[in-house]
Design a protein around this ligand. Structure first.
Ligand SMILES: [Zn+2]
Length: 91
């Protein structure tokens, strides 16, 4: 399941943005797919040339400190339980 942002893009992993054409590719899951989108766009709309102002849009990674407080606490508790389990096994 994926969310959609204000421009109607799904939140995949990568997208190619051409600021000359003011367009953004559909989201693609890998860098190889991204290169395909980029090369296809350059060939079809710019005769294979590299347009000024092209961008790679990458989904932001979720950082631990961005999580809600309850999820941070839960993550710490799970980590401590796992650590305790490992230490119990070893000890
Ligand atoms: Zn373009």
């Amino acid at each position: 399941m994926s969310k959609t942002d204000a421009r109607g893009r799904g939140t995949g992993v990568y997208a190619y943005r051409c600021n000359q054409c003011r367009t953004t590719s559909p989201d693609v899951p890998t860098r190889a797919n991204l290169r395909g989108e980029r090369d296809d766009h350059r060939r079809r709309f710019h005769g294979g040339h590299i347009p000024d102002g092209e961008e790679i849009l990458e989904e932001e990674r979720v950082r631990f400190f961005d999580l809600p407080r309850e999820q941070k606490i839960a993550a710490v508790v799970v980590a401590l339980v796992l650590l305790g389990g490992v230490l119990f096994k070893l000890g």
